[in-house]
Design a protein around this ligand. Structure first.
Ligand code: NAD
Length: 373
Protein backbone atom coordinates (compact mmCIF):
# COMPACT_ATOMS: atom_id res chain seq x y z
CA UNK A 1 0.00 0.00 0.00
CA UNK A 2 1.32 3.38 -0.99
CA UNK A 3 0.38 6.24 1.31
CA UNK A 4 0.67 9.89 0.25
CA UNK A 5 0.71 12.63 2.88
CA UNK A 6 -0.28 15.98 1.42
CA UNK A 7 0.76 19.47 2.39
CA UNK A 8 -2.34 21.36 3.47
CA UNK A 9 -3.50 24.08 1.11
CA UNK A 10 -6.30 25.74 3.06
CA UNK A 11 -5.49 29.21 4.39
CA UNK A 12 -4.47 29.13 8.04
CA UNK A 13 -4.15 25.35 8.16
CA UNK A 14 -0.94 24.55 10.03
CA UNK A 15 -1.58 20.90 10.81
CA UNK A 16 -0.33 17.81 9.03
CA UNK A 17 -1.98 14.40 8.84
CA UNK A 18 1.05 12.22 9.58
CA UNK A 19 4.02 12.64 11.90
CA UNK A 20 7.37 10.84 11.84
CA UNK A 21 5.96 8.61 14.59
CA UNK A 22 2.97 7.47 12.53
CA UNK A 23 5.06 7.23 9.35
CA UNK A 24 7.26 4.68 11.11
CA UNK A 25 4.25 2.75 12.31
CA UNK A 26 2.67 2.60 8.85
CA UNK A 27 5.97 1.40 7.41
CA UNK A 28 6.07 -1.29 10.10
CA UNK A 29 2.68 -2.47 8.80
CA UNK A 30 4.24 -2.84 5.34
CA UNK A 31 3.15 0.44 3.77
CA UNK A 32 5.30 2.71 1.63
CA UNK A 33 4.93 6.35 2.67
CA UNK A 34 5.59 9.48 0.62
CA UNK A 35 5.28 12.95 2.15
CA UNK A 36 4.87 16.12 0.12
CA UNK A 37 7.77 18.46 0.76
CA UNK A 38 7.06 21.12 3.35
CA UNK A 39 4.00 19.22 4.65
CA UNK A 40 5.19 19.49 8.25
CA UNK A 41 6.36 23.13 8.15
CA UNK A 42 3.39 24.51 10.08
CA UNK A 43 3.73 21.87 12.78
CA UNK A 44 7.52 22.27 13.11
CA UNK A 45 8.28 18.92 11.47
CA UNK A 46 11.06 19.04 8.89
CA UNK A 47 11.27 17.10 5.64
CA UNK A 48 14.42 15.58 7.13
CA UNK A 49 12.47 14.20 10.10
CA UNK A 50 10.07 12.45 7.73
CA UNK A 51 13.00 11.05 5.73
CA UNK A 52 14.60 9.75 8.90
CA UNK A 53 11.32 8.01 9.72
CA UNK A 54 11.55 6.22 6.38
CA UNK A 55 9.30 8.31 4.12
CA UNK A 56 10.17 9.53 0.65
CA UNK A 57 9.78 13.32 0.48
CA UNK A 58 9.04 15.06 -2.80
CA UNK A 59 6.76 17.28 -4.86
CA UNK A 60 3.02 16.66 -5.14
CA UNK A 61 3.08 14.75 -8.44
CA UNK A 62 5.61 12.16 -7.34
CA UNK A 63 4.02 11.76 -3.92
CA UNK A 64 0.50 11.20 -5.27
CA UNK A 65 1.57 9.03 -8.22
CA UNK A 66 0.15 5.51 -7.83
CA UNK A 67 -0.99 6.23 -4.25
CA UNK A 68 -3.52 3.83 -2.72
CA UNK A 69 -4.38 6.12 0.18
CA UNK A 70 -4.00 9.90 0.36
CA UNK A 71 -3.93 11.55 3.81
CA UNK A 72 -5.03 15.08 4.50
CA UNK A 73 -6.15 17.14 7.47
CA UNK A 74 -8.67 18.98 5.31
CA UNK A 75 -9.90 17.74 1.96
CA UNK A 76 -7.76 18.64 -1.10
CA UNK A 77 -9.23 19.59 -4.47
CA UNK A 78 -10.07 16.44 -6.39
CA UNK A 79 -7.75 17.61 -9.18
CA UNK A 80 -4.74 17.19 -6.89
CA UNK A 81 -5.39 13.45 -6.75
CA UNK A 82 -4.96 12.90 -10.49
CA UNK A 83 -2.18 10.36 -10.86
CA UNK A 84 -3.25 8.29 -7.87
CA UNK A 85 -4.52 4.73 -8.36
CA UNK A 86 -8.13 4.38 -9.54
CA UNK A 87 -10.35 4.08 -6.47
CA UNK A 88 -7.73 5.77 -4.29
CA UNK A 89 -8.85 6.31 -0.71
CA UNK A 90 -8.80 9.84 0.61
CA UNK A 91 -8.84 10.14 4.40
CA UNK A 92 -9.32 13.62 5.84
CA UNK A 93 -11.77 15.87 7.65
CA UNK A 94 -13.84 16.55 4.56
CA UNK A 95 -16.50 18.83 6.06
CA UNK A 96 -19.03 17.10 3.79
CA UNK A 97 -22.15 19.10 4.64
CA UNK A 98 -20.46 22.40 3.84
CA UNK A 99 -18.18 21.19 1.05
CA UNK A 100 -20.74 19.08 -0.75
CA UNK A 101 -19.57 20.09 -4.24
CA UNK A 102 -16.13 18.81 -3.45
CA UNK A 103 -17.61 15.48 -2.35
CA UNK A 104 -19.37 15.24 -5.71
CA UNK A 105 -16.05 15.97 -7.40
CA UNK A 106 -14.40 13.11 -5.50
CA UNK A 107 -17.15 10.79 -6.70
CA UNK A 108 -16.73 11.96 -10.28
CA UNK A 109 -12.97 11.45 -10.06
CA UNK A 110 -13.42 7.88 -8.82
CA UNK A 111 -11.96 8.71 -5.40
CA UNK A 112 -13.21 6.76 -2.38
CA UNK A 113 -13.50 9.57 0.16
CA UNK A 114 -13.52 8.70 3.86
CA UNK A 115 -14.60 11.54 6.11
CA UNK A 116 -12.89 11.28 9.49
CA UNK A 117 -15.39 13.51 11.28
CA UNK A 118 -18.09 10.92 10.50
CA UNK A 119 -16.36 8.38 12.74
CA UNK A 120 -19.13 6.94 14.93
CA UNK A 121 -19.08 7.97 18.59
CA UNK A 122 -18.72 4.39 19.83
CA UNK A 123 -16.32 3.04 22.41
CA UNK A 124 -14.11 1.09 20.03
CA UNK A 125 -13.68 4.13 17.79
CA UNK A 126 -12.71 6.57 20.51
CA UNK A 127 -9.03 6.35 19.66
CA UNK A 128 -9.89 7.14 16.02
CA UNK A 129 -12.04 10.17 16.73
CA UNK A 130 -10.54 13.37 15.34
CA UNK A 131 -13.49 15.48 16.51
CA UNK A 132 -12.65 14.59 20.09
CA UNK A 133 -8.90 15.01 19.84
CA UNK A 134 -9.17 18.36 18.09
CA UNK A 135 -12.06 19.69 20.21
CA UNK A 136 -10.19 18.90 23.37
CA UNK A 137 -7.25 21.06 22.27
CA UNK A 138 -9.62 23.74 21.00
CA UNK A 139 -11.35 23.97 24.38
CA UNK A 140 -8.00 24.48 26.04
CA UNK A 141 -6.83 27.10 23.55
CA UNK A 142 -10.11 29.03 23.74
CA UNK A 143 -9.60 29.64 27.44
CA UNK A 144 -5.98 30.72 26.93
CA UNK A 145 -6.98 33.08 24.13
CA UNK A 146 -9.73 34.56 26.30
CA UNK A 147 -7.32 34.91 29.23
CA UNK A 148 -4.85 36.66 26.97
CA UNK A 149 -7.44 39.17 25.77
CA UNK A 150 -8.71 39.79 29.30
CA UNK A 151 -7.33 42.82 31.11
CA UNK A 152 -7.48 41.07 34.45
CA UNK A 153 -6.04 37.92 35.99
CA UNK A 154 -7.94 34.63 36.40
CA UNK A 155 -6.94 33.63 39.92
CA UNK A 156 -7.63 35.49 43.11
CA UNK A 157 -4.37 37.08 44.23
CA UNK A 158 -3.61 38.51 47.63
CA UNK A 159 -0.76 40.93 47.23
CA UNK A 160 0.85 43.63 49.33
CA UNK A 161 -0.91 46.14 47.10
CA UNK A 162 -4.28 44.58 47.79
CA UNK A 163 -6.42 41.67 46.73
CA UNK A 164 -7.72 41.02 43.25
CA UNK A 165 -10.74 38.80 42.84
CA UNK A 166 -10.97 35.63 40.79
CA UNK A 167 -12.44 35.88 37.29
CA UNK A 168 -15.82 34.27 36.66
CA UNK A 169 -15.92 32.02 33.61
CA UNK A 170 -19.07 30.54 32.06
CA UNK A 171 -18.79 27.63 29.62
CA UNK A 172 -21.75 27.08 27.30
CA UNK A 173 -21.92 23.62 25.74
CA UNK A 174 -20.21 20.84 27.67
CA UNK A 175 -19.06 18.35 25.04
CA UNK A 176 -15.42 17.49 24.61
CA UNK A 177 -14.30 21.11 24.08
CA UNK A 178 -16.46 22.43 26.92
CA UNK A 179 -15.15 19.90 29.42
CA UNK A 180 -11.58 20.86 28.59
CA UNK A 181 -12.50 24.55 28.78
CA UNK A 182 -13.91 24.02 32.28
CA UNK A 183 -10.79 22.15 33.38
CA UNK A 184 -8.48 24.78 31.89
CA UNK A 185 -10.33 27.75 33.38
CA UNK A 186 -10.30 26.01 36.76
CA UNK A 187 -6.57 25.35 36.51
CA UNK A 188 -6.02 29.04 35.85
CA UNK A 189 -7.96 29.84 38.99
CA UNK A 190 -11.28 31.11 37.66
CA UNK A 191 -14.64 30.48 39.30
CA UNK A 192 -16.36 28.37 36.68
CA UNK A 193 -19.99 27.65 35.81
CA UNK A 194 -21.30 25.75 32.80
CA UNK A 195 -24.47 24.80 30.96
CA UNK A 196 -25.67 22.33 28.34
CA UNK A 197 -28.97 21.03 26.98
CA UNK A 198 -28.04 17.42 27.76
CA UNK A 199 -28.84 16.44 31.34
CA UNK A 200 -25.94 13.95 31.44
CA UNK A 201 -23.49 16.85 31.57
CA UNK A 202 -24.68 18.12 34.96
CA UNK A 203 -22.63 15.54 36.85
CA UNK A 204 -19.63 16.02 34.59
CA UNK A 205 -19.66 19.75 35.33
CA UNK A 206 -19.83 19.10 39.05
CA UNK A 207 -17.07 16.53 38.96
CA UNK A 208 -14.75 19.15 37.46
CA UNK A 209 -15.49 21.50 40.31
CA UNK A 210 -17.72 23.87 38.35
CA UNK A 211 -21.28 25.00 38.97
CA UNK A 212 -24.02 23.64 36.66
CA UNK A 213 -26.48 26.25 35.37
CA UNK A 214 -29.50 24.52 33.86
CA UNK A 215 -32.92 25.38 32.47
CA UNK A 216 -35.27 23.80 35.01
CA UNK A 217 -38.71 24.85 33.74
CA UNK A 218 -38.55 23.01 30.40
CA UNK A 219 -37.09 19.52 29.90
CA UNK A 220 -33.79 19.44 28.03
CA UNK A 221 -32.34 16.36 26.38
CA UNK A 222 -32.44 13.35 28.70
CA UNK A 223 -29.16 11.58 29.28
CA UNK A 224 -26.57 11.80 26.54
CA UNK A 225 -28.94 12.54 23.66
CA UNK A 226 -29.08 10.56 20.42
CA UNK A 227 -25.58 9.27 19.74
CA UNK A 228 -24.39 11.71 22.40
CA UNK A 229 -25.46 14.68 20.28
CA UNK A 230 -27.78 17.59 20.89
CA UNK A 231 -30.61 18.39 18.50
CA UNK A 232 -32.28 21.70 17.83
CA UNK A 233 -34.30 22.71 20.89
CA UNK A 234 -38.00 23.67 21.02
CA UNK A 235 -38.97 27.33 20.98
CA UNK A 236 -40.14 27.03 24.56
CA UNK A 237 -36.78 25.67 25.66
CA UNK A 238 -34.92 28.34 23.74
CA UNK A 239 -36.94 31.05 25.46
CA UNK A 240 -36.28 29.61 28.92
CA UNK A 241 -32.60 29.24 28.07
CA UNK A 242 -32.39 32.86 26.89
CA UNK A 243 -33.85 34.06 30.21
CA UNK A 244 -31.42 31.91 32.16
CA UNK A 245 -28.46 33.16 30.16
CA UNK A 246 -29.59 36.76 30.54
CA UNK A 247 -29.66 36.56 34.31
CA UNK A 248 -26.34 34.71 34.55
CA UNK A 249 -24.21 36.34 31.91
CA UNK A 250 -24.21 39.85 33.33
CA UNK A 251 -22.04 38.63 36.21
CA UNK A 252 -19.52 36.79 34.04
CA UNK A 253 -16.08 37.99 32.97
CA UNK A 254 -15.31 35.21 30.51
CA UNK A 255 -17.77 33.25 28.38
CA UNK A 256 -16.68 30.34 26.19
CA UNK A 257 -19.34 29.02 23.80
CA UNK A 258 -18.91 25.58 22.22
CA UNK A 259 -22.40 24.50 21.15
CA UNK A 260 -22.67 22.64 17.86
CA UNK A 261 -25.41 20.64 16.18
CA UNK A 262 -24.10 18.16 13.60
CA UNK A 263 -25.13 19.04 10.05
CA UNK A 264 -26.69 22.38 11.01
CA UNK A 265 -25.64 25.91 11.77
CA UNK A 266 -24.53 26.39 15.37
CA UNK A 267 -27.32 27.49 17.74
CA UNK A 268 -27.41 31.17 18.70
CA UNK A 269 -26.80 31.31 22.44
CA UNK A 270 -25.92 34.95 23.11
CA UNK A 271 -27.61 37.99 21.63
CA UNK A 272 -26.31 41.51 21.34
CA UNK A 273 -28.79 42.64 24.01
CA UNK A 274 -27.30 40.12 26.42
CA UNK A 275 -23.76 41.24 25.61
CA UNK A 276 -24.86 44.78 26.50
CA UNK A 277 -25.54 43.62 30.08
CA UNK A 278 -21.98 42.35 30.56
CA UNK A 279 -19.26 44.42 32.19
CA UNK A 280 -16.91 46.25 29.84
CA UNK A 281 -13.64 44.37 29.60
CA UNK A 282 -15.33 40.98 29.62
CA UNK A 283 -14.31 38.51 26.92
CA UNK A 284 -16.37 36.03 24.91
CA UNK A 285 -14.67 33.29 22.90
CA UNK A 286 -16.99 31.75 20.27
CA UNK A 287 -15.63 28.31 19.40
CA UNK A 288 -18.51 27.83 16.95
CA UNK A 289 -17.67 30.96 14.94
CA UNK A 290 -16.78 28.93 11.83
CA UNK A 291 -20.11 27.06 12.01
CA UNK A 292 -22.16 30.25 12.02
CA UNK A 293 -21.40 31.29 15.58
CA UNK A 294 -23.09 30.95 18.97
CA UNK A 295 -22.63 34.66 19.60
CA UNK A 296 -24.30 37.50 17.74
CA UNK A 297 -21.65 39.64 16.05
CA UNK A 298 -18.71 37.24 16.28
CA UNK A 299 -16.40 37.29 13.26
CA UNK A 300 -13.80 34.58 12.64
CA UNK A 301 -10.22 35.63 13.36
CA UNK A 302 -11.19 39.15 14.44
CA UNK A 303 -11.53 40.87 17.76
CA UNK A 304 -14.97 42.50 17.68
CA UNK A 305 -15.70 44.94 20.51
CA UNK A 306 -19.40 45.38 21.35
CA UNK A 307 -20.56 47.34 24.40
CA UNK A 308 -16.97 47.19 25.66
CA UNK A 309 -16.96 43.38 25.48
CA UNK A 310 -14.35 41.64 23.33
CA UNK A 311 -15.75 38.89 21.12
CA UNK A 312 -13.18 36.55 19.64
CA UNK A 313 -13.10 33.24 17.80
CA UNK A 314 -10.77 31.45 15.44
CA UNK A 315 -11.83 29.93 12.14
CA UNK A 316 -9.59 26.96 12.97
CA UNK A 317 -8.74 26.71 16.66
CA UNK A 318 -6.76 23.43 16.59
CA UNK A 319 -4.47 25.01 13.98
CA UNK A 320 -3.30 27.33 16.78
CA UNK A 321 -1.78 24.27 18.49
CA UNK A 322 -0.26 22.79 15.36
CA UNK A 323 2.17 20.32 16.91
CA UNK A 324 -0.14 18.62 19.39
CA UNK A 325 -3.13 18.83 17.06
CA UNK A 326 -1.11 17.13 14.30
CA UNK A 327 0.27 14.49 16.66
CA UNK A 328 -3.22 13.53 17.85
CA UNK A 329 -4.82 13.76 14.41
CA UNK A 330 -2.07 11.55 12.97
CA UNK A 331 -2.53 9.02 15.77
CA UNK A 332 -6.30 8.95 15.25
CA UNK A 333 -5.70 8.19 11.59
CA UNK A 334 -3.16 5.50 12.42
CA UNK A 335 -5.45 3.94 15.04
CA UNK A 336 -8.22 3.87 12.45
CA UNK A 337 -6.35 2.29 9.55
CA UNK A 338 -4.21 -0.07 11.63
CA UNK A 339 -7.28 -1.47 13.41
CA UNK A 340 -8.50 -2.67 10.02
CA UNK A 341 -5.15 -3.64 8.51
CA UNK A 342 -5.48 -6.97 6.78
CA UNK A 343 -2.07 -8.63 6.75
CA UNK A 344 -2.79 -10.84 3.77
CA UNK A 345 -4.28 -8.09 1.65
CA UNK A 346 -1.51 -5.74 2.83
CA UNK A 347 -4.03 -2.93 3.23
CA UNK A 348 -6.89 -1.85 5.46
CA UNK A 349 -10.27 -3.53 4.95
CA UNK A 350 -13.03 -1.67 6.78
CA UNK A 351 -15.93 -3.35 8.54
CA UNK A 352 -19.51 -2.34 7.83
CA UNK A 353 -20.27 -0.27 10.88
CA UNK A 354 -17.32 2.07 10.61
CA UNK A 355 -16.86 1.79 6.84
CA UNK A 356 -20.42 2.81 6.08
CA UNK A 357 -20.25 5.64 8.60
CA UNK A 358 -17.15 7.31 7.20
CA UNK A 359 -17.34 6.44 3.49
CA UNK A 360 -18.78 9.28 1.41
CA UNK A 361 -18.13 8.13 -2.13
CA UNK A 362 -17.53 4.81 -3.87
CA UNK A 363 -17.71 3.55 -7.45
CA UNK A 364 -18.30 7.04 -8.80
CA UNK A 365 -21.25 7.81 -6.53
CA UNK A 366 -22.04 9.53 -3.26
CA UNK A 367 -23.02 6.64 -0.98
CA UNK A 368 -23.22 8.08 2.54
CA UNK A 369 -26.63 7.96 4.23
CA UNK A 370 -26.14 11.26 6.01
CA UNK A 371 -25.56 13.02 2.70
CA UNK A 372 -28.32 11.25 0.81
CA UNK A 373 -30.93 11.29 3.59
P1 NAD B 1 -20.57 18.97 19.99
O1 NAD B 1 -19.25 19.55 19.58
O2 NAD B 1 -21.44 18.41 18.93
O3 NAD B 1 -21.39 20.06 20.81
C1 NAD B 1 -20.82 20.68 21.95
C2 NAD B 1 -21.82 20.71 23.09
O4 NAD B 1 -22.80 21.71 22.87
C3 NAD B 1 -22.58 19.40 23.30
O5 NAD B 1 -22.40 18.97 24.63
C4 NAD B 1 -24.03 19.80 23.04
O6 NAD B 1 -24.94 19.08 23.85
C5 NAD B 1 -24.03 21.27 23.39
N1 NAD B 1 -25.14 22.02 22.85
C6 NAD B 1 -25.76 21.90 21.64
N2 NAD B 1 -26.75 22.79 21.52
C7 NAD B 1 -26.77 23.52 22.67
C8 NAD B 1 -27.58 24.59 23.14
N3 NAD B 1 -28.57 25.10 22.41
N4 NAD B 1 -27.33 25.08 24.38
C9 NAD B 1 -26.33 24.58 25.14
N5 NAD B 1 -25.54 23.56 24.75
C10 NAD B 1 -25.75 23.04 23.52
O7 NAD B 1 -20.33 17.86 21.09
P2 NAD B 1 -19.09 16.87 21.23
O8 NAD B 1 -18.02 17.52 21.97
O9 NAD B 1 -18.79 16.33 19.90
O10 NAD B 1 -19.67 15.74 22.20
C11 NAD B 1 -20.95 15.23 21.98
C12 NAD B 1 -21.15 13.95 22.78
O11 NAD B 1 -20.41 12.87 22.24
C13 NAD B 1 -20.77 13.99 24.24
O12 NAD B 1 -21.78 13.29 24.94
C14 NAD B 1 -19.49 13.23 24.30
O13 NAD B 1 -19.26 12.67 25.57
C15 NAD B 1 -19.78 12.18 23.28
N6 NAD B 1 -18.56 11.58 22.75
C16 NAD B 1 -18.48 10.20 22.65
C17 NAD B 1 -17.34 9.63 22.10
C18 NAD B 1 -17.19 8.14 21.95
O14 NAD B 1 -17.82 7.40 22.67
N7 NAD B 1 -16.39 7.68 20.99
C19 NAD B 1 -16.31 10.43 21.65
C20 NAD B 1 -16.44 11.81 21.78
C21 NAD B 1 -17.58 12.37 22.31
Amino acid sequence: TRIAVLKERAAGETRVSATPETVKKFIALGAVVAVEQGAGDGASISDEAYREAGAAVGPLETVVKDADIVFGVQGPDAALLAGAKPGVWLTAALDPFVKRERVDAYAAAGVEALSLEFMPRITRAQSMDILSSQSNLAGYKAVLAAADAFGRAFPMMMTAAGTITAARAFIMGVGVAGLQAIATARRLGAQVSATDVRSATREQIQSLGAKPIFVESVAGIEGEGAGGYATEMSEEYQKAQAELVSSHIAKQDIVITTALIPGRAAPRLITDAQIATMRPGSVIFDLAVAQGGNVEGSVADQVVVKHGVKIIGYSNTPAHLASDASALFARNLYNFLSAFWDKEAGKPVLDEEIGNAVRLTQGGKVVNERLLG
